[in-house]
Design a binder for this molecule. Structure first.
Ligand code: SAH
Ligand code: SF4
Length: 444
């Protein structure tokens, strides 16, 4: 950037530094900038921070820096997807705040974004006007576009969110789950794994969602529910489950960053104990997940034997049950207070016999666990049927007698295709048929 030394008040000025502090008093990082400025090199870093600092001494010379030629990035990064350290670094690198004020300023901005949910830098009233303008110049807080919003009879809400052209995923809010409300978020658009009972698995992977795109799903739900500021009392959205589209452990870096952001108690404030990550069983990643996130763990088990699990969850051929169970037993923080959840989809005549239930009890013996029995949600062309109710109850009774809580998950939001395993795929189908309809009416 070009530096001009002009009389104070010049129309070229974006900022002016009357009585600039002496070089010796500048913090080290700023001294570097000052040196570059004196040498005619790049300047930007501390300018915006310094503009509003009360100045102690009056220097007869006015030093005026022209920022009018600052290059605005082609795509402005969204600050919502940055962890605290990333946010600090981004603000400093863009020259929007001074390195010595980075922690304090980033904390203020963090609170506006994640506690108050603002989407406009102008709303950040404790940030000086010039700083807000600089932030808007370099960054955005825009939410992704909501393509559709549906509400089911039972109160479940489903949003189809467009993150970029052709990149859409669904998010589902399930209210009133034992006094709390769970948001089911997607971690990928599509999935590479082909679990044979899951409609999402019949789609290819479009791409991983970024940390910002995962966080945006929580923000959109809070916008809709009117839950800003994100104060903990009386809110409906209390829990987050990574049980939407995709395999979270194939996108662990972004999931871990998103978890850091969502669980921050000066922001969205959803504690790690209320965030559950569900995996189809990427055994080698479990340790990392626990170490990096402290999230609650859910394992999509669905079968107590390798021959059957190989058919239902093909990933089992890579990480067989014994390897998966060893990784579960070693999951960091596992205890009676922090039990693992085994998910078990009830497929008629496939995995729902009393013998299967007893084999399951033997398999999980000694692990602090509960088992969620999920009635199979049908989708067009699915090669399975849902188990009969008496079979599900008999299965649950065997687990209960062995001391395992085994709630039967009530299917929610089926009338808007928001239940487990129904996400995205149906949306595509609806949209494809809508396209056909539109094409037909064009031809008519
Ligand atoms: N990929 C991760 C998380 C997303 S799937 C995983 O597999 O765990 C979320 C849950 O929905 C998983 O337990 C999955 O097994 C279950 N599920 C998928 N399709 C289903 C269907 N048609 N009916 C009921 N549950 C289903
Ligand atoms: Fe992917 Fe999970 Fe569906 Fe399996 S159940 S295909 S891992 S989303």
């Amino acid at each position: 950037m070009l530096v001009l030394v002009l009389p104070q008040g010049s129309p070229h000025c974006r900022a002016s530094l009357a009585g600039a502090p002496s070089h010796a008093k500048l913090p080290p990082a700023v001294r570097g900038e000052e040196r570059r400025r004196r040498g005619g090199g790049k300047v930007s870093r501390y300018l915006l921070e310094t503009v509003h600092r009360p100045l102690q001494r009056t220097n007869p010379l006015s030093v005026t820096l022209d920022l009018s030629r600052a290059v605005r990035p082609a795509v402005r990064p969204n600050l919502s997807g940055l962890t605290r350290p990333q946010l600090r670094a981004a603000l400093v690198d863009a020259g929007a705040i001074a390195p010595d004020k980075a922690k304090m300023r980033a904390s203020q901005i963090w609170r506006w974004i994640h506690y108050f949910g603002v989407t406009d830098f102008e709303a950040m009233t404790n940030i000086a006007k010039e700083h807000r303008a600089a932030l808007a110049e370099h960054f955005t807080l825009a939410r992704p576009k909501i393509t559709s919003r549906q509400q089911a009879k039972d109160g479940v809400i489903k949003w189809l969110i467009e993150f970029a052209s052709g990149v859409e995923a669904e998010t589902v809010f399930i209210p009133d789950v034992a006094g709390s409300g769970a948001l089911c978020v997607s971690s990928q658009v599509g999935c590479t794994l082909n679990c044979t009972f899951c409609h999402t698995g019949t789609q290819g992977l479009v791409r991983n969602l970024t940390a910002g795109e995962i966080v945006a799903q929580v923000q959109i739900a809070r916008d809709d529910l009117g839950e800003w500021p994100a104060a903990p009392d009386g809110r409906k959205l209390t829990n987050v489950v990574f049980m939407g589209m995709g395999e979270p452990l194939y996108n662990l870096d972004n999931v871990a960053d998103a978890l850091d952001i969502i669980s921050d108690n000066e922001g969205l404030g959803i504690s790690r104990r209320r965030i559950t990550v569900s995996t189809s069983g990427v055994a080698p990643q479990l340790h990392d997940l626990g170490e990096r996130t402290g999230a609650m763990l859910a394992i999509s088990l669905h079968a107590p034997r390798d021959d059957l699990r190989d058919r239902l969850v093909p990933l089992n051929k890579k990480y067989p049950i014994a390897e998966l169970m060893a990784a579960v037993r070693a999951y960091p923080g596992l205890s009676n207070a922090r039990r693992v959840t085994f998910e078990y989809v009830m497929l008629k005549g496939v995995n729902d016999s009393p013998a299967d239930a007893k084999a399951l009890v033997r398999l999980i013996s000694g692990i602090p666990a509960k088992v969620n029995l999920i009635p199979f949600n049908l989708w067009p062309g699915a090669p399975y049927e849902c188990s009969d109710w008496p079979a599900i109850e008999a299965f649950a009774a065997i687990l209960n007698r062995a001391g395992y809580a085994s709630p039967i998950r009530t299917p929610r939001g089926r009338d808007i295709l928001a239940a487990c395993g129904q996400l995205k795929s149906e949306s595509e189908k609806v949209r494809a048929s809508a396209r056909r309809k539109a094409a037909a009416s064009d031809e008519a």
